[in-house]
Design a protein. Sequence first.
Length: 238
Amino acid sequence: MNPNFPTSPTVIFLIAIAFIFVALLVGIKSSLAAAQHSNQSGVTQTTAFLVASFLIGTAFMAKKGIFNNLDSFPPRIAFVLGPLIILIVFLAFHKRVGQILEDVPAAWLIFPQVFRVAIEIVLWQLHDTNRYAPEQMTFEGLNFDIIAGATAPLIAFLCFGQGRQLRTVALIWNFISLGLLINIVTISILSFPSIGAFDQSNTFIAWFPFIWLPTFAVPFAMFLHAMSIRQLLQKRSA
């Protein structure tokens, strides 16, 4: 049975997911327009349908408790997250994607990472209210990912606002922020009951709506880093 999560972190989380969904579609449509793609609306609508179907499907499975067996290794969530990571890596090296990235404003791939502030607030609230989230996954514990989210708008403006092209600074920020993301993902995995590296286990992500944290929010942050790093490296070598 799906836990009765507190209202405040649930609402904030759903707003963050909506932000990611809109940012993804707007980013894709704008990028295709900048690259003068011939079927901008068609690609955007197809992406919206596929992403919405994915979100509905994972929500349904989470409601049914399909992901709840976190004592097994690998957990069932890995069978969703794994293919997404493979897709991100594929896109990061795809020639056509590299061509499109040439025309994408660099700030567009950095600013949306601000959503990570909301995620960190949600994790803190889930721990502070009912201990749904373990302390090590909050900024009071071992999770410092809030730094990436809080600095994203600043880096986007300082590096690329008003015609600036501080690609090296943006590249360094990307690698540091990606490291922060890998850190919390690692902590999350080590907190699974099947591993038990910490006193309090991580089980809340198996349920709706927080199943979208490992299956949508984290992949989106990885996707932005992969695209931004690819763009910055290819422009530095041009």
